[in-house]
Design a protein around this ligand. Structure first.
Ligand code: KIV
Ligand code: NA
Length: 279
């Protein structure tokens, strides 16, 4: 497979072919996503929860994101790879944001960064894109700012709210974003925003009128214990948890019953050597 570049993504958009994107947080999760042919792999800060067991994304720091970006980038031979700028690494000033973005690129070995925010972050995005670092925007529901929007709520359900999503998307486009994630907005709104933009939109909980889709890998592959809450927009395509449970439980039972290791998993010693050794 040929390396996916920003030009590949533009070509897909021009052909009106949906762009496929998924998260990965380490070498194996990136390896499988790259092999499956994903166009984009995102090292999302959702790794705070799915890989580090944190309560929400506000806890993860830049150095941790960089470590995960580096392990993901070692596995991505073809997919365009993007790292999230975590909360606290870009809000203080555009200079801080550029410094963080440069670190993610240089040390995380990814090709682009993503940051949450619209109109308010246009100057910040401009600062990074002017330095030659591609930026993926993120508007609609912005999980890093859950406390200021009253939790994980659908955005743009009212005319005024929808206008805000559109303004934000237009602002990040004008600031130089090569694409924008639209999270948790009504399908009608995301479709209209997509029509009004020149850059591709990547939807998550935003209907099928976007230029592409993204899901958190742990969610869509079912790599979590039963009974966990999943947002309405997640479709669970597999059950990795059940597969792992089955394997580990079988291993446990075979060790307890001494079925494992069988002769096939055992290194033999020539009998005459053993006789010598036994003496
Ligand atoms: O952190 C993340 O995984 C994300 C995607 C869901 C867009 O930001
Ligand atoms: Na994120």
């Amino acid at each position: 497979r040929k390396k996916v570049t920003i030009n590949t993504l533009r070509a897909l958009h021009q052909k009106d072919e949906p762009i496929t994107m998924i998260t990965a947080h380490d070498f194996p999760s990136a390896h499988v996503a790259d092999h499956a042919g994903m166009d984009i792999i995102l090292v999302g800060d959702s790794l705070a929860m799915v890989a580090l067991g944190m309560e929400d994304t506000s806890e993860v720091v830049l150095e941790e994101m960089i470590l995960h970006c580096r392990s993901v980038s070692r596995a991505t031979k073809a997919a365009f790879t993007i790292g999230d700028l975590p909360m606290g690494s870009y809000e203080i000033a555009p200079e801080q944001a550029l410094e963080s973005a440069v670190k993610v690129i240089k040390e995380g070995r990814v090709q682009a960064v993503k940051l949450e925010g619209g109109v308010e972050y246009a100057t910040t995005i401009e600062k990074i894109t002017r330095a030659g670092i591609p930026v993926l925007g993120h508007v609609g529901l912005t999980p890093q700012r859950q406390h200021s929007i009253g939790g994980f709520r659908v955005q743009g359900k009212t005319t005024l709210g929808a206008l805000k999503v559109l303004e934000d998307a237009l602002a990040v486009q004008a600031a130089g974003c090569f694409a924008v994630v639209i999270e948790a907005v009504p399908a009608e709104v995301a479709a209209l925003v997509t029509k009004k933009l020149k850059i591709p939109t990547i939807g998550i909980g935003a209907g099928n009128g976007c230029s592409g889709q993204v899901l958190v890998q742990a969610d869509m592959s079912g790599n979590f214990p039963p009974g966990r809450f999943l947002p309405k927009f997640v479709k669970q395509y597999g059950n990795v948890w059940a597969e792992s449970m089955k394997a580990i439980e079988a291993y446990k039972s075979e060790v307890k019953s001494r079925q494992y290791p069988a002769p096939a998993h055992t290194y033999p010693m020539p009998p005459e050597e053993y006789t010598e050794f036994e003496r």
